[in-house]
Design a protein around this ligand. Structure first.
Ligand SMILES: NC(=O)c1ccc[n+]([C@@H]2O[C@H](COP(=O)([O-])OP(=O)(O)OC[C@H]3O[C@@H](n4cnc5c(N)ncnc54)[C@H](O)[C@@H]3O)[C@@H](O)[C@H]2O)c1
Length: 410
């Protein structure tokens, strides 16, 4: 019931509740927000007050057994949008109860956790999918189209950056920010974008970062991080990507979340910038606080539609509807005997299936391990992927003993 619920799940559930979802193959489905779970229930009750009357009837369950009670309620699928390091236990409970799962990014923080969830999803014959909204960004879809069509050929290197305002680390996430970093939270968007768009094999990971604003300079809570990923293609050619993230950008920065990507190919360059998509607006006394000077209307915009109704379009909100449509197709898209075939078909969708998240989780696990070593006094570690010693292996400067983070191949 946090920020991402408000920005994308709420608009999705409200629209799906009002209009249902339809496909000629499986007919019309009503989508009801049946139950929610959160730590204290405060934001759920606040939402109930403002929700459309037809949505207000949801159950609200709180800790200590928030997820347990949600899965016992009459629900068909469960969306997990808890803080990053609390995804795994919630997701495991959902799958163990035989419910379809939609998990926020980053899916989980280690490959061992990923294996456990995947085994559970297999055993229970349910969908386990992940939300990567950035794959739905129209610019990123175009990038992937040009790569898939061979118009842009062989990516060589790239740079991505995402800068969140200080209010995110200081206020919105203050309950769970201790010991966390902005890389896991937002670099993961770009790790997935690179992984999904370019189809390369991850080879090495390095990372560094800065501390001293959100927490003590020698502590384990990070203000900003710089991650470097080295990939290889099938011919042994390498590609390197730097991903810079921060959650301490001044709140009066003219754009809300600054996002920039540059990818350089054998035959081209792609530059994308969230604040240079076309709109600059100044309103006396109201920008850049209440309104931002450079509005990113591809993100979470509130609009007056030409036909007179007010709408809110969460960023990539269609990925949530797409998941509901996948569930509907699985359950109602043909005979029960054919369900295993439909399940396999849906699991082959690599944009959202848990089974396709291995390299992304490997990069996140490596980044977290490198930052933990750094905070404990050993900066400059490198993690190698599918090394002779194991699937994910950490090498510390000055030490000849590698640390095996994950033994099987990634
Ligand atoms: N896809 C995106 O673009 C995007 C954007 C923002 C956040 N996210 C992801 O969504 C997740 C949530 O982020 P947020 O910004 O909404 O965070 P938030 O801190 O605003 O909200 C977290 C929510 O989780 C609940 N919660 C915390 N611990 C819980 C527990 N043990 N059991 C049940 N509920 C618990 C809290 O009550 C709160 O409602 C994160 O994993 C984040 O990475 C994704």
């Amino acid at each position: 019931m946090g920020m991402i619920f408000d920005e994308t799940y709420r608009p999705f559930f409200e629209a799906a509740n009002a209009q249902g979802i339809y496909d000629p193959v499986w007919g019309a489905c009503h989508v009801e927000l049946a139950a929610v779970g959160s730590r204290t229930g405060q934001r759920a009750e606040k939402y109930r007050e403002t929700a459309p009357t037809t949505v207000r009837g949801f159950h609200s369950f709180t800790e200590p057994r928030a997820v347990g009670q949600v899965v016992e309620a009459d629900v068909d699928f469960v969306c997990v949008a808890t803080p990053d390091h609390r995804h795994f236990t919630a997701a495991r409970e959902v799958l163990a109860a035989g419910k379809h799962l939609l998990l926020e990014k980053p899916s989980v923080l280690s490959l061992a956790e990923l294996d456990e969830l995947q085994d559970l999803a297999q055993a229970q014959s349910v969908l386990a999918k992940i939300v990567y909204h950035k794959l739905l960004d129209p610019d990123h879809k175009k990038l992937r189209t040009l790569v898939a069509d061979g118009v842009l050929s062989h990516v060589n290197h790239g740079y991505c950056s995402l800068l969140e305002p200080k209010s995110i680390s200081g206020d919105q996430f203050s309950e769970w920010i201790q010991g966390r970093n902005p890389g896991t939270y937002v670099a993961v968007h770009y790790i997935k974008l690179i992984d999904f768009t370019f189809g390369l094999q991850l080879a090495r990971v390095t990372c560094t970062g800065q501390r001293g604003i959100v927490g003590p300079a020698g502590g384990d809570t990070w203000d900003s991080t710089q991650l470097r990923l080295i990939y290889e293609d099938d011919h042994g050619r390498e590609a390197a990507f730097d991903i810079h993230t921060s959650w301490v950008t001044p709140d009066n920065f003219p754009g809300y979340v600054e996002q920039e990507v540059q990818f350089r190919f054998d035959n081209g360059v792609w530059n994308g910038h969230s604040r240079k998509r076309g709109v600059e607006c100044t309103i006396e006394g109201r920008t850049p606080g209440e309104f931002k000077n450079s509005m990113n209307n591809h993100y979470n915009g509130q609009f007056l539609e030409p036909w007179g109704i007010r709408s809110q379009r969460g960023y990539g909100v269609e990925v949530l509807e797409r998941f509901a449509r996948e569930v509907a197709y699985l359950e109602f898209g043909g005979s029960p005997e054919q369900r295993p075939n439909r399940l396999e078909e849906l699991r082959r969708l690599t944009y959202n299936d848990l089974s396709a998240d291995r390299q992304t989780v490997a990069a996140v696990q490596a980044m977290e391990a490198i930052l933990a070593k750094h905070a404990a006094g050993t900066p400059g570690c490198v993690v190698k992927v599918n090394d002779p010693s194991g699937g994910l292996v950490l090498y510390s400067p000055g030490s000849s003993t590698p640390e095996i983070l994950y033994a099987p191949p990634v």
